[in-house]
Design a protein around this ligand. Structure first.
Ligand code: PLP
Length: 396
């Protein structure tokens, strides 16, 4: 009889990484499913990035490298953090990881003792609580609401802090809501972090995908006291359409960074060497490709939000960033899984239930998909909502 460690037995599989079996079966049967589940840009990686990786391969850059990442990449990241974010890290304060995900995982491993508390505002990216649990920490979920724009308020943060609190995970722009904290809101959160002397992990993976003048401010850039308490996490996946390359990074206080280097040296070693050369090219070449993809997302977002605005009974926080819209379905009388199951079965539209993000009265649609899928999918969603409205009189 095989017995698994309890640390993994209590962790559910990731609801967003794969299509649900029913949607897969529908696609296999040749059905036309409108898929709004992607957590990744649908664009190909820009050519110059691919060329740099190909060249690295041809030049034999296929050996082990330093576990913390190639020095020229760490230097390019330190420069980027200085120029774009106003964060003064030396290359030695940077670790290159297998995506932003491994940065976050590593941080929980090196920072948490059993029972340490980590404050996570909900709706949250679904892996945060599981990573905390895998490190034997305790996720302290703080719900956020429509009236505060789905943002954690400084008062909520203050109230949640106990002697066991180690850190806050802050994610702006947010997955799943797309909300972006304003610079003032970031400063107000930073103030509480400093007063209470806790750490903040700032997940800035969507920082370049912004709309309607939304401004991204790195919490570590708000003051030297905040900087000392911040670990900045970012990556190449979303900005450069490089999800499969698995290159991300963290930067923070030297003591934490050194601990992550040690952990990485005994777990994964370096990120794929030639992928790191692609990442260097991503940072060193023109950033036009980033703006082109952002503009494409902006057009899709426009189409999607306009169509949603015409559906009675649904509401959502205005997404200032990322490529998601998080729709409040509470008036349907259905929970998020029922809503998504029925939507898939009756209209062949695949969305992600909000329960995965700690909000069971919401669903997440991703607009990292083409305009035709958005057009067709929204017609179907409208029909679905009309049927639900007719059957339970709740939405109208
Ligand atoms: N953080 C957030 C909020 C995300 O949505 C994701 C991916 O979906 C990640 C981190 C991890 O990204 P990656 O590991 O691909 O760099």
């Amino acid at each position: 009889m095989i017995k698994l460690a309890s640390r993994i037995s209590q962790i559910p599989t990731s609801l967003t990484l794969a299509l649900p079996p029913k949607a897969k079966a529908m696609l296999a049967d040749g059905l036309d499913v409108s898929v709004f589940r992607a957590g990744q840009p649908d664009f190909d990686t820009p050519v110059h990035i691919k060329e740099a990786a190909k060249q690295a391969l041809d030049e034999g850059k296929t050996k082990y490298g330093p576990p913390a990442g190639l020095p020229p990449l760490r230097e390019a990241i330190a420069n980027k953090l200085q120029q774009d974010n106003g964060l003064s890290y030396s290359p030695d304060d940077v670790v290159v990881t297998n995506g932003g995900k491994q940065s976050l995982y590593n941080l929980m491993q090196v920072l948490l003792e059993p029972g340490d508390e980590v404050i996570i505002p909900a709706p949250y990216w679904l892996s945060y609580p599981e990573m905390v649990k895998l490190a034997e920490g305790v996720p302290v979920i703080i719900p956020t609401y429509k009236d505060t724009g789905y943002r954690l308020t400084p008062e909520q943060l203050r109230q949640a802090i106990t002697p066991r609190t180690r850190l806050l995970i802050l994610n702006s722009p947010s997955n799943p809501t797309g909300i972006v904290y304003t610079p003032e809101e970031i400063r107000a959160i930073a103030k509480v972090i400093i007063e209470s002397d806790i750490l903040v992990v700032s997940d800035e993976i969507y920082e370049k995908i912004l709309y309607d003048g939304a401004q991204h401010l790195s919490i570590g850039a708000t003051s030297s006291e905040a900087f000392e308490r911040t670990i900045t996490v970012n990556g190449f996946a979303k900005t450069y359409a490089m999800t499969g390359w698995r290159v991300g990074y963290l930067a923070g206080p030297r003591k934490i960074v050194n601990a992550v280097k040690t952990l990485q040296a005994h777990s994964t070693s370096n990120v794929c060497t030639f992928a790191q050369y692609g990442a260097i090219a991503a940072l060193q070449h023109s950033q036009d490709c980033v703006e082109q993809m952002r503009q494409a997302f902006a057009e899709r977002r426009h189409l999607l939000l306009d169509a949603l605005d015409a559906i009675p009974g649904l509401s959502y926080p205005q997404p200032g960033g990322a490529f998601y819209v998080f729709i409040d379905i509470s008036k349907s009388g259905l929970n998020s899984e029922e809503f998504c199951d029925r939507l898939l079965e009756s209209q062949q539209v695949a969305a992600v239930p909000g329960v995965a993000f700690g909000a069971d009265d919401h669903i997440r649609l991703s607009y990292a998909t083409d305009m035709e899928t958005i057009r067709k999918g929204l017609i179907r969603l409208t029909k679905f909502v009309e049927t639900v409205a007719l059957s339970n009189q709740l939405l109208v």
